[in-house]
Design a protein around this ligand. Structure first.
Ligand code: SF4
Length: 68
């Protein structure tokens, strides 16, 4: 099953309007989900998904602990 990149700690928004979805681990920038790019290029689903810790109510997304 293809992982949900939006819930993965390696996922990032790139701010590149042409390639807004990114994966830090694979250094992918794309229009579609990085996991889709991995599947297209390797023929296998991404095996590197790691669930991102949920942010606490008062914790901003810039907290490094969320991105370890
Ligand atoms: S490691 Fe895999 S699941 Fe996580 S963002 Fe990258 S492609 Fe998506």
């Amino acid at each position: 099953m293809q992982p949900d990149c939006m819930k993965c700690r390696h996922y990032q928004v790139t701010w590149d309007k042409n390639f807004p979805r990114g994966c830090r681990l694979f250094q992918i920038k794309s229009k579609q989900s990085p996991a889709t790019v991995v599947k297209q290029n390797t023929g296998s689903h991404c095996q590197e998904f790691q669930e991102r810790k949920a942010a606490k109510k008062d914790q901003g997304l810039n907290d490094d602990k969320l991105w370890e």
